[in-house]
Each structure stands twice: as C-alpha cells, then as structure tokens.
Design a protein. Sequence first.
Length: 212
Amino acid sequence: MRPDLKLVFHAVEISPEALKIAESGVYSSASSQFVGKDVFDRVTPAEIHELFDRTGDAFTVKRWIKEGINWLVGDAGDPEIVNTLGQQDIVFANNFLCHMDPPAAEQCLRNIARLVGPCGYLFVSGIDLDIRTKVARELGWQPVQELLEDIHEGDPRMGSSWPFHYSAVEPLDKSRKDWRLRYASVFQLDPSAEGRGNIGGSGLVKSRSGVV
C-alpha cells in the first residue's frame, strides 16, 4: 500500500531452534514439534495461498515477505534488548506473554514498551487484559480506535473457551467504562507519560518464546 516506505524488520525469538525454522520460512502440514498440532490450525485456505508457496507438504513463506528481516536470538524481557535493537516505530508483541505468570508478564510488557520510539505504536495481544490495561493506563498509552472491535474479535474461535482456557479471548463488553482501553490491541505511546522507560525490578525475565 505504501511503496514509498522503506521497511526494516527485526524478528526476535528466545529459542534458537524456533528462530532457525522461522528464518528458513519452510513449514509442514504435519504437527509442529513446538506446539504439538497443525501450525495452520487457525489459518484459512485464502491466507495460506496469500502467504505461502506450496510444494507437496512443504509450505514456503513467499519471498517478498521474507526479504529485509533481521533475525535475532533474544529475550523480550531482557532490559538490554533496547540497546541491541534501538527504538522502533512499530513493535509487535503478540501471543507469548500469556505463557508467563502475571508479575513476569507485566515486567516484560513494560520492558517491551521501551522499544517503542516517541509516538510509535505497540501491537500487543495474547496477554491477561487486567495486566495490559494496568500498564497502558499507568504509562499513558493511547488506544487506537480504528478497527478496535474487528481486531479484538478477529478469530471468533478464540472466544469459545472463555474463561476456561488461558488463550481464550474475553468477550468485548461495552458496558465497562474502560472498554476502549481494555479491549484495544494497538496503542500509540505517549513519550511524555510519567514512568516511561521504568520497568521496575532487576534481572532478566525469560519467556518461552515470542516475536517482537
């Protein structure tokens, strides 16, 4: 949509083995050794066609998607990661914070926010909403309203097991006064917010896996 923009991507993964597979960009329709099920479980045939070239049972990420990515083994909870990557215009932190206990997830999220440059954007989903809302409120994040409901409810199947499964999505409840903040998955960070850059505590937080 914006051929005038030059995009530079940094993909960070704590597991060297998982990073190697991601960098190769070749997947099988068989169950993954990492998740124990089909990696295309929640991918539609149209999405597969758009994102992959298929040869037999091998699915290879299209070349135009793979180009320009810098791959790095790293920990999103490491306070030094901002020195390695520098601040970014857009940061994605999706579907790995849910594997941490609440204190670790909160500390890691605060650390990830340090990677977002002034007035940059943070995409974060797959995390306890109480934690995300608390951090967003305390650090003055501005929820992006555009497509808020569509993004939150993007995969209807994720809400079917609420509240009995950790990965299930809480149904959007507009009766809550804070619903726009609570259910937003995209935020513009306010560089003037008090506490910006303060992650609290010390040491490293080890996540199982994740991409920033």
